[in-house]
Design a protein around this ligand. Structure first.
Ligand code: PHE
Length: 352
């Protein structure tokens, strides 16, 4: 009996110092194995007097049961906390990690880049923080020109440069036109500049930060048909083969002639009317069959001159289109508030 009590105490002590599955295995063998302590206790029963045997036998069996239970319990505990390499239960179902995705603007930018790369345009990204010189002056919009008001601008609180003027958050990708012509020095130029742009507007269709993509071609004998053909190709690749585009006369300082680019509406297929139970109604999205896509035109001779390209020898065109705008216009995405794109609400973002 004394022996039995001694083992009981020893077992609890040993159980408390268990650190791993293998510690536990050894302990189990030590006590419950064929030549283990419990069995040797049971064998020693012969040495006892008849009247002691029953009680001793019961005590040993109780000990065996509680050792079994304790070892089982500790084993479960260890399994739960098993660190790497300690124990791998290959039958457990795997952990599922939530799958991330890119921002929908990033997907659109990738798609736009690919569409233009297929026809030989080089993808560029020009600075977000820009000099007035590139954003305005050399785009034929000198200091006090009222056209600058159309491009409301964030100014950077930094000293003015004597040649390049103030620092701004670039309000449009057109500033990349000059930079690209300076980079290649001599035409041909064929680039697509996709970058962040900034204007201080905040409403259902404007965020202070947005993206534009600017296409530009400069070479010998470049004309409007190339401009129209290129935008038409983009529209069909990005929106679908049924979409048509048109150029509508407009004004920009840095292009002459200038156009706004329109695309047929995806909801009414360019008819301006949709049918519902009451009959034909005006299309709720476009009203006239056309949606405005962006600005474009033949590069103004003054802009070519600003980077020492002879407008008598070379001509070119450019267009600038909003990335968020084309995302919204994709037929299957009718956002009624553009700002949701940058509110970082995971419930919106994870749908893309
Ligand atoms: N930069 C003009 C805008 O942001 C768009 C444009 C680009 C117009 C290129 C003509 C040529 O509105």
């Amino acid at each position: 009996m004394e022996q039995l009590n001694k083992y009981k105490i020893e077992f609890s002590r040993e159980l408390n110092s268990i650190k791993s599955q293998s510690d536990l295995d050894s302990l189990q063998i030590k006590y419950l194995g064929r030549k283990g302590i419990v069995n040797s206790l049971l064998q020693s029963i012969d040495k006892l007097r008849q009247e002691e045997r029953k009680e001793f036998g019961k005590k040993v069996n109780d000990l065996k049961t509680s050792i079994n239970q304790l070892i089982d319990a500790i084993r479960q505990e260890l399994l739960k906390n098993a660190g790497p390499g300690e124990f791998i239960d290959v039958s457990l179902p795997g952990k599922k990690y939530p799958r991330g995705s890119l921002h929908l603007a990033t997907y659109a930018i990738e798609e736009i880049s690919k569409i233009f790369q297929k026809i030989g345009f080089i993808r560029m990204s020009y600075p977000e923080v820009e000099w007035e010189h590139y954003a305005f002056d050399s785009l034929n919009m000198p200091k006090e020109h009222p056209a600058r008001d159309d491009f409301e601008t964030f100014f950077i609180d930094a000293p003015e440069h004597e040649k390049y003027g103030k620092m701004v958050l670039t309000p449009h990708t057109s500033s990349g036109q000059l930079r690209e012509m300076q980079r290649v020095k001599k035409p041909p130029v064929r680039m697509i500049n996709i970058a962040k742009c900034y204007r201080p507007n905040w409403d259902t269709s404007h965020t202070p930060m947005f993206h534009q993509f600017e296409g530009m071609v400069v070479d010998k004998e470049i004309n409007i048909t190339h401009l129209k053909g290129t935008i038409d190709y983009f529209a069909k690749e990005f929106f679908g083969a049924k979409r048509e585009i048109r150029l509508r006369p407009f004004h920009f300082q840095f292009t002459e002639p200038s156009f706004e680019v329109d695309i047929t509406c995806g909801i009414c297929s360019g008819t301006g009317v949709t049918r519902n139970l009451q009959g034909s109604v005006k299309c709720r999205l476009c009203k006239s069959g056309w949606l405005e896509l962006g600005g474009s035109g033949m590069i103004h001779p003054n802009v070519l001159k600003a980077v020492n390209i002879d407008p008598e020898k070379f001509s070119g065109w450019a267009f600038g289109i909003g990335v968020e705008r084309v995302i919204m216009m994709k037929e299957d995405l009718k956002l009624d508030d553009l700002r949701i794109m940058y509110e970082n609400d995971i419930r919106f973002l994870e749908q893309f």
